[in-house]
Design a protein around this ligand. Structure first.
Ligand code: SF4
Length: 342
């Protein structure tokens, strides 16, 4: 048996990655996010391997992502006061947009700015660290059949070719016997294959569970990083950093902001060492899309839940959101597997 939606499966893979990265057994500090990429290509699960010391310095820039405009300013802000147009690289678009970004960055106290006549000068508060070690993309397909394998093979071949990620994987659930070897053979040889056994883990009523041993490596991926001292071109390096920044700000529990934990049917169900959303009305994990205000069965939690003795201020919906937020914070604090929580 596999989780009852690809969305549910994706959350389990994210949690597995958070607990057990890297699957080859060589532990590497990493943050995990989902549904990120470029305009052309969106990955299901994204793992950002980080340098722990540089990551601690990145945290000093706050919990929110830095978008491309803000990165442009923060990365090049000078040590001593300087006119921003002298200090920053030519953006390739009008400077007035850079000026807006300067105000936004200064508004978040990430740089200092002052006015000299009609010029705006800036200086950095601290250097922006080189915190991203590797970017890893995972495509999740719990139920791998021939047509899914063909589509995935094309997508993974594209990922291998662009080498935007350092490593790409396919994650699939072992259903009954083994995954059909012929289907795995149709994948590009550079892509890794991770076979999950969430259904075989110590399952509760949800029927599937996650722990650090819930997946096996069927095929190790190749390192896609370009060899040679030149490395990646600056444009690709910047795109990778933008993805890493979005992963940092978003995490993988961001469904708390898009789904409806404030619906009376919304629950968080424990699945081993993961918490997965469950809809009591549908009797399963809802998809992110269907669990919205337009869901025909949406029923707001009664006001009484928010006031009458509910232990978390604001009622269960707010409490669940806060719980998921705390999980993300805890992972950032520890950078690595959490030994006793979910
Ligand atoms: S009834 Fe609809 S809105 Fe409520 S938890 Fe279920 S899927 Fe989400």
């Amino acid at each position: 048996m596999i989780p009852d939606s690809e969305f549910g499966y994706e959350l389990l893979v994210c949690r597995y990655a958070e607990l057990a990265w890297h699957p080859d057994g060589d532990a590497r500090p990493a943050i995990v996010s989902r549904q990120l990429g470029t305009q052309r290509r969106r990955w299901d699960t994204v793992v950002i391997e980080v340098d722990p010391e540089a990551f601690a310095l990145r945290r000093a820039f706050g919990d929110r992502s830095l978008d491309s405009d803000l990165l442009h300013v923060v990365r090049s802000a000078p040590e001593a006061w300087e006119w921003y147009r002298d200090a920053l690289p030519d953006p390739g678009y009008p400077w007035r947009y850079v000026r807006q970004a300067v105000h936004r960055v200064a508004g978040r106290d990430l740089i200092e700015k002052r006015r000299r006549g009609n010029r705006i000068e800036i200086r950095r508060v601290r250097p922006y660290p080189d915190w991203v070690e590797r970017v890893v993309a995972i495509e999740n397909k719990p139920d791998l059949d021939r047509s899914a394998a063909d589509a995935l093979a094309d997508q993974l071949a594209h990922d291998v070719e662009t080498a935007l990620a350092d490593e790409v994987w396919l994650a699939t659930e072992a259903t009954g016997d083994r995954v059909e070897p012929a289907l795995l053979r149709s994948m590009p040889v550079e892509a890794g294959v991770l076979t999950t056994g969430f259904a075989e883990a110590d399952t509760g009523p949800g029927g599937f569970a996650v722990d650090a041993a819930a997946a096996t490596v069927d095929w190790l991926p190749s390192d896609l990083a370009p060899s040679g001292p030149a490395g990646r071109d600056p444009e690709t390096a910047t795109r990778r950093l933008e993805i890493a920044e979005r992963a940092y700000g978003k995490g993988w529990r961001s469904y708390r902001d898009t789904m409806r934990p404030d619906c009376r049917h919304f629950e968080l169900r424990r699945a081993g060492r993961a918490l997965v959303p469950r809809c009591a009305a549908k009797g399963r994990c809802p998809t992110a899309r269907e669990c919205s205000g337009s869901c025909p069965e949406f029923s707001p939690e009664p006001p009484a839940w928010r006031t009458n003795g509910w232990p978390i201020e604001g009622g269960p919906g707010k409490g669940l959101r806060a719980l998921l937020e705390r999980r993300r914070e805890r992972v950032r604090d520890r950078i690595g597997p959490d030994p006793d929580g979910s």
